[in-house]
Design a binder for this molecule. Structure first.
Ligand SMILES: Nc1ncnc2c1ncn2[C@@H]1O[C@H](COP(=O)(O)OP(=O)(O)OP(=O)(O)O)[C@@H](O)[C@H]1O
Length: 458
């Protein structure tokens, strides 16, 4: 593999990802070597490495293989030389001017404060608010005003990829922009532990204590990480108390509520519960669709030539309900793929390109669950839905249930038929088609389907 070849691949990448993305993400990446199918790249920060791997990994691998190089895996290692640091400061492709200023000033102050880098894309502007996260968003915005401390700490929790880090970075950006006088420190609990261990090892505990006790706003992400790590917990407890005593704002995130974090000392749990504890609920269909629409707006600037067929976003919001990270990754991949092959993003292309993601995030709703919900909804007995009677009162709900089984499970038509009292697959097919027609012509059926889908999704 020659440098020239990497140069050619970069040129192709430039065409595919667009100038802005290229400058931000690909330019800082340096190809190091290719050995036994593993391509190694040097990146200035882990953040860039992770981002490129997640968002452009497939694309880069594809380009390598197109160029005749057999790459099965890629690894991104942080380059040792400091000189690349400036080039690596992440700059969002579609950020407004004021955001650019925000991002740069924060990247600078990050260096001064030795906190973790803030992702320039994680702002309040880019955070889509819906029912599942409105309270968390409101609390975060309140804290971001930087006014008198009213609840301490703000404790945000929720499952993987639901926006905890996004909200924390958004608070930090906002504070940097409007309260530059405040010393804001954002870091993960893992980094807190690392710093602590390093300070112990280098006998610099005084410096450590001074640094953490001199901040105005301390943000610790993924605090569950320190559970079971006794001396780190102890130090965290003292830091926490010292800051609360000085009326400094603390913001904490975790994957679960304080009381449910195993191996976390009781005194810390109770401290964490003292302020405002808010959770980010799993996303619902509307929120997912909103997030996708928002993302598409940014992609349109990057890929102006791309056509997106109706129904694709709805399909993705419907099918990928695991977490927002997976949803975003799917969209990125879809746009990159469509741009690479120069085709419109149709339902067919979506299913081809994302077959693995769609399979993995298949909703785990069962045929029995659907039958039960539909029977309840139409007020009929389960035995009548499955049984042989063909009167409309039973036949229509049966068809609705068959339709939902086809939509929400991976069962084949013959399998569905078997679960409906041993019916033939053609009966199921007929039922599914009938409901598809009615969905467009009969408002009541459309409404029933929507209600049932939501109930099954919840
Ligand atoms: N409401 C939202 N609006 C826009 N983007 C969102 C929203 N919620 C999550 N995201 C995006 O989803 C991705 C994952 O979010 P984030 O990293 O904040 O999750 P997290 O809750 O911190 O997850 P983890 O538990 O893995 O740390 C990010 O790219 C983030 O921008």
């Amino acid at each position: 593999m020659t440098d020239d070849k990497w140069g050619d691949i970069r040129q192709d990448l430039l065409k595919t990802v667009g100038q802005n993305n290229f400058k931000t993400w690909i330019e800082p990446v340096a190809f190091a070597n290719l050995q036994d199918g593993v391509a190694t790249f040097h990146v200035p920060t882990n953040f860039i490495g992770n981002y490129v791997s997640q968002n452009y990994g497939d694309l880069i691998m594809h380009q390598f293989n197109q160029a005749g190089e057999n790459v099965q895996r890629m690894q991104f290692k942080v380059a040792a030389q400091k000189a690349q640091r400036a080039a690596a400061a992440p700059k969002a492709a579609t950020r407004s001017k004021s955001n650019t200023a925000k991002a740069e000033s924060a990247v600078q102050s990050e260096a001064e404060m030795t906190g973790a880098p803030l992702d320039p894309r994680f702002t309040f502007d880019s955070f889509v608010v819906g029912k599942p996260n409105e309270l968390a968003n409101a609390a975060a915005r309140r804290v971001a005003e930087g006014g008198p401390v009213t609840f301490n700490p703000l404790f945000l929790y929720g499952g993987v990829g639901l926006g905890k880090t996004h909200l924390m970075h958004a608070i930090a950006w906002e504070l940097q922009a409007h309260r530059p006088d405040l010393n804001v420190l954002y870091l993960s609990a893992e980094q807190f532990m690392y710093r602590f261990v390093q300070a112990l090892r280098d006998r610099k505990m005084m410096d450590f204590k001074e640094l953490f006790r001199s901040v105005d706003v301390l943000m610790v992400d993924d605090v569950q990480f320190i559970a079971g790590k006794d001396s780190t917990q102890e130090e965290f407890f003292h830091t926490f108390n010292a800051l609360v005593d000085q009326n400094k704002q603390i913001i904490i995130s975790a994957d679960r509520a304080p009381g449910e974090i195993k191996d976390l000392e009781d005194r810390i749990k109770s401290r964490l519960q003292c302020g405002l504890v808010v959770d980010l609920h799993p996303t619902d269909y509307e929120l997912r669709l909103g997030i996708l629409q928002n993302k598409v707006e940014t992609y349109r600037q990057q890929y102006p030539e791309l056509q997106l067929a109706d129904g694709v976003l709805e399909f993705l919001a419907h099918r990928i309900s695991t977490n927002v990270r997976v949803l975003e990754g799917a969209l990125t991949r879809l746009f990159a793929f469509a741009s690479l092959v120069g085709r419109e993003i149709t339902m067919e292309l979506t299913q081809d390109c994302l077959s693995d993601v769609l399979r993995a995030s298949e909703r785990k709703v069962s045929v029995e669950e659907i039958q039960r919900k539909v029977a309840d909804h139409y007020n009929i007995r389960l035995s009548d839905m499955i049984g042989p009677k063909r009167v409309r009162t039973f036949a229509r709900p049966r068809q609705v249930a068959m339709y939902l089984c086809k939509q929400l499970t991976s069962r084949s038509l013959p399998e569905i038929g078997r679960r409906f009292g041993g019916r033939d697959h053609t009966t199921v097919m007929h039922g599914v088609r009938r409901i598809e027609e009615l969905r467009n012509s009969d408002g009541q059926i459309a409404e029933d389907l929507e209600m049932l889908r939501r109930a099954l999704e919840a």
